[in-house]
Design a protein around this ligand. Structure first.
Ligand code: DX5
Ligand code: ZN
Length: 216
């Protein structure tokens, strides 16, 4: 039995001119957390939001903020994003930092710490840090852009991690829709960071109910 499914819409898929309303829409639709993608133009070939967007989201909603740092030097940004109001801060294992130390510093701020693996990264790369994590996130696209196609390669890794850690928050991000979410659920995922396919339908609440109903 997997932990209860959590649905976290990603505001990268929102209209950038209406980010405040997008955060309110996510909360009103009954989502669990707001997923906020931070891209630095180095770790990924795109630039997105700054700590001020996290601060805006913190004022807009009362549900937790799940902040995904796609940054080459995430260790340099732990304090700004914790100060801005992140409830979970996720950093990549492939980034240029001492991951264990970064995770320790995040937890020391009273914030949940998460490690992220790109689609081609082997599971054993996180073995030394998994006990320092509150969440492990498997990317199912190469990070940097919303609206990409789902890459299934991490599915067996998800299942393997679930068999080792029955209670762990195992998250998935990239190319998720009704079909790929159910596939990930069957492989042990419990947190679903969904962009385009939650923002496109007119009724986000109905869409989230569909997911909850099928991922009990
Ligand atoms: C991708 C981001 C994702 C993105 C997912 O680099 O980390 O969170 O918003 O968007 P979709 O669901 O459209 O693939
Ligand atoms: Zn993300």
């Amino acid at each position: 039995m997997n932990p209860t499914a959590r649905i976290n819409p990603s505001i990268l898929a929102a209209d950038v001119g209406h980010l405040h309303e997008a955060c309110r829409r996510v909360e009103d639709a009954g989502a669990d957390e707001v997923h906020i993608d931070i891209m630095d133009g180095n770790f990924v070939p795109n630039v997105s939001f700054s700590p001020s967007v996290v601060e805006m989201a913190r004022k807009a909603v009362s549900i937790p903020l799940n902040v995904h740092l796609m940054m080459l030097h995430p260790d340099q940004y732990v304090d700004p994003f914790c100060d801005a109001g992140a409830d979970t801060l996720l950093v990549h294992i492939e980034a240029d930092h001492d991951a264990e130390e970064t995770l320790r510093r995040i937890r020391a701020r009273g914030v949940r710490a998460g490690i992220v693996l790109n689609p081609a990264t082997p599971l054993d790369s996180i073995a030394p840090v998994v006990n320092a994590c509150d969440e492990v996130l498997f990317m199912t696209v190469n990070p940097g852009f919303g609206g990409q196609s789902f890459i299934p390669d991490p599915l067996p890794r998800m299942a393997e991690l679930r068999s080792q850690f029955p209670e762990l928050a195992i998250a998935v991000d990239g190319g998720l829709n009704r079909e790929t979410c159910l596939q990930c659920r069957q492989h042990g995922a419990s947190v679903f960071d969904v962009g385009s396919s939650l923002f496109k339908p007119a009724d986000m609440a109905a869409e989230i109910r569909w997911y909850r109903e099928r991922m009990k």
